[in-house]
Design a protein around this ligand. Structure first.
Ligand SMILES: N[C@@H](CCC(=O)N[C@@H](CS)C(=O)NCC(=O)O)C(=O)O
Length: 223
């Protein structure tokens, strides 16, 4: 039996969604973020040394890293579903977006989250203006322009085709859902980028997405 070690409000939501799209049986083991630090609880480190989510177990196998989990589940159980045929332009784009999601899109979103939290977090009153100046400069020079470029790029790509890999929905769209949802929570993605916005509406309307939400519980990404 596939077990998803599911942390609330996290990337493991997309693993639940993939399993629902593939129609596979699975069990969800829930973990709660610490309300103050938002970090995963130590129990998750008993499953995998890094203690991050998602992690799955499947028999003797324990696998972390969402891209690896998506690829494993799709190739082991998907029977060709949600993965474009090898050696096609669709497959190349599938690979590209599969890696882009965590490799290019998540780092600036994480930096934005950290700098925003530095600005608003507790600190001695005399340190606040300095902290704001440093984080504001880093955001203005690096994080925000980078996020804008990435969002513009993705908006342009979705102008060329309906889904990230091509005309058909694929597991790359599932992998891309998390950075786009995080970008709409804290990265400046809104209806002013109509194609990315429509992508979010389309995925949220999918029955498998909604079933996964019921399985995973409340899903509200960090701001
Ligand atoms: N690149 C990894 C990132 C894993 C990750 O950072 N997961 C977050 C949840 S979205 C986590 O476990 N955060 C809690 C913590 O770091 O303690 C993946 O895609 O699986």
């Amino acid at each position: 039996m596939i077990v998803v070690h599911h942390l609330n409000n996290s990337r493991s939501q997309r693993i639940l969604w993939l399993l629902e799209e593939l129609g596979l049986a699975y069990e969800v083991k829930r973990y709660q973020r610490d309300a103050k630090t938002m970090l995963a609880p130590p129990e998750l480190r008993a499953v995998h040394p890094l203690g991050k989510s998602p992690v799955i177990s499947d028999g003797d196998l324990t696998l972390a890293e969402s891209g690896a989990i998506v690829e494993y589940l799709a190739s082991r159980y998907g029977d060709g579903m949600l993965v474009p045929q090898a050696n096609t332009p669709e497959h190349l784009r599938y690979l590209y977006w599969m890696h882009f999601a965590e490799g290019s899109m998540m780092p600036p979103l994480l930096l934005k989250l950290i700098f925003d939290r530095i600005e608003s977090g507790p600190m001695p009153f005399f340190a606040r203006p300095i902290a704001r100046k440093i984080s504001g400069t880093a955001k203005d020079l690096m994080v925000l322009p980078n996020l804008k470029r990435l969002l513009d790029f993705m908006e342009g790509e979705l102008a060329k085709r309906e889904w990230f890999a091509g005309g058909a929905f694929s597991a790359a769209d599932i992998q891309m859902s998390f950075p786009l949802e995080a970008a709409s929570a804290r990265g400046g993605l809104d209806a002013a980028r109509p194609r990315l916005w429509a992508f979010l509406q389309r995925i949220h309307a999918r029955p498998a997405y909604q079933r996964a939400l019921e399985k995973g519980g409340k899903y509200e990404l960090l701001r």
